[in-house]
Design a protein around this ligand. Structure first.
Ligand SMILES: Nc1ncnc2c1ncn2[C@@H]1O[C@H](COP(=O)(O)OP(=O)(O)OP(=O)(O)O)[C@@H](O)[C@H]1O
Length: 419
């Protein structure tokens, strides 16, 4: 493997005071084919913008082939790095031929003028990406996939030493996608061009890349050969869902997919869960339980509370009390009736005061009925009752068999086992 092509050294970067990349350090060597993967919003595009000096780091340094990018002129940078963006921002009133030529001009300098060799590179880039026949067409008139191939041709015409693609092949049809990948692999091998591909297609990334870099919340959480990174223990945590990873024993290719078993039309009766929540602490529980196919009941909730609104919006069978009022006997009895029909009871990280303390009585009834009860950890910090009554009740519940949960991810996993 060659010298360091791209180096991030303790980089912090983001937008208007909001940090996205968090103390990020990594190195890519010349000739490597890397795929950068990670959930929506984790900072992949921000990393690309920072690498191409479109975004200035707040802290840390970025080097291209050992040189600090801050000291580089734009034309020098264009020779080192070419970025194919996720989407083409502005409509361009140019023909395809003109756009690809602009790529070459950006990297060769406006003053020099183009020579014979430049036109060979321009034409080759258009042939590679199958856009030569579109040469005289206006960019704005092209389909999304055609536009994406033109931008790729433009960047290839720069002949950059590192090519970064931001989800740029996602909109291509399967034929063109594999064609582009073959081109990238070829240039990568024959010209030692470093390729850095951002992709949400984990299987495809594992097929083409020598090394995967997995990001989460602005940091790198795993990197290495695809079979080391694409393992359920890592992916489940990062993508916060259950994933199936299968490896083809013949080709070795890896297939990652989500689990759709709740939607396969089976007549299996789903379990019922009663959720004790309030103040918005139940929304994510409602959402996830719905997606997993649980039957959900909830309450007592106060009308106009954000959990009450969410329960109404999701059609959840909930019991309500008047807004800003302490839970009364009638509402409690209704909730007790509903909770008695549930298989599982979950208490969110809702704060408890005198007004809603009675909801914990539902957890006690569930334990007495031999049901599973899950209570969010950290009750001491959200107990606003006199004499910390909620802490005392929860302590007893835990002693009698209730279980504490810390992360939603883990709770869902536990409940999935019961489902
Ligand atoms: N121009 C911007 N101004 C403010 N915030 C931004 C800007 N661009 C991105 N962000 C925020 O920065 C975070 C990281 O965004 P980024 O586009 O880098 O993520 P990503 O990993 O590429 O996501 P995706 O997979 O969805 O494309 C997100 O929370 C996003 O909302």
């Amino acid at each position: 493997m060659g010298q360091a092509a791209l180096t991030f050294e303790k980089v912090n970067a983001g937008y208007k005071g909001r940090t996205v990349l968090d103390d990020l350090s990594f190195q890519v060597n010349e000739g490597e084919f890397i795929s950068l993967i990670g959930p929506n919003g984790c900072g992949k595009s921000t990393l690309l913008k920072t690498a191409s000096a479109f975004l200035k780091p707040v802290k840390g340094r970025v080097y291209l082939f050992g040189k600090d990018i801050r000291s580089m002129r734009q034309v020098t940078r264009a020779r080192y790095i070419g970025v194919v963006p996720q989407k083409v921002e502005s409509p361009m009133a140019f023909t395809v031929g003109q756009i690809v030529m602009n790529g070459r001009i950006a990297a060769s300098g406006f003053l020099r003028g183009l020579v014979e060799e430049d036109f060979v590179v321009i034409e080759r880039s258009m042939i590679y990406t199958n856009v030569l026949h579109l040469k005289d067409r206006y960019f704005m008139e092209l389909s999304g996939g055609e536009q994406q191939r033109v931008i790729l041709a433009m960047v290839l015409a720069q002949e950059p030493r590192i090519l970064m693609l931001d989800e740029s092949i996602a909109h291509l049809d399967i034929n063109h996608r594999y064609e582009v990948l073959r081109i990238l692999k070829r240039i990568n091998r024959e010209k030692s061009m470093t390729v850095f591909l951002v992709s949400h297609d984990l299987g495809l990334s594992s097929e083409v890349a020598d090394r995967l870099i997995l990001m989460s919340e602005g940091r790198i959480v795993a990197e290495g050969r695809p079979e080391k990174v694409l393992v359920p223990e890592i992916l489940d945590q990062v993508y916060d869902c259950e994933l199936k990873v299968q490896r083809d024993p013949v080709t070795g290719s890896i297939h990652v997919s989500g689990v759709l078993e709740n939607f396969n039309g089976s007549s299996k009766k789903h379990k019922a869960v009663h959720v004790i929540a309030g103040g918005g602490t139940g929304i994510e529980l409602f959402r996830r339980f719905s997606l997993q196919g649980f039957r959900i009941t909830s309450g007592v909730l106060n009308e106009m509370d954000s959990d009450a609104e969410a329960a109404l919006a999701l059609g959840i069978d909930a019991v309500f009390e008047k807004p800003f009022s302490a839970i009364g006997e009638e509402a409690f009895q209704k909730a007790s009736f509903k909770a008695a029909k549930a298989d599982i009871l979950v208490v969110s990280d809702v704060p408890f005061g005198q007004g809603n303390l009675i909801n914990l009585q539902l957890a006690k009834e569930a334990i007495e009925a031999g049901k599973k009860v899950w209570i969010a950890e950290g009750i001491a910090e959200r107990d606003y009752t006199e004499g910390k009554q909620a802490v005392e009740i929860v302590r007893k519940l835990l002693a009698d068999g209730a279980q504490a949960w810390t992360s939603l991810h883990d709770l869902m996993k536990e409940l999935k086992g019961d489902h």
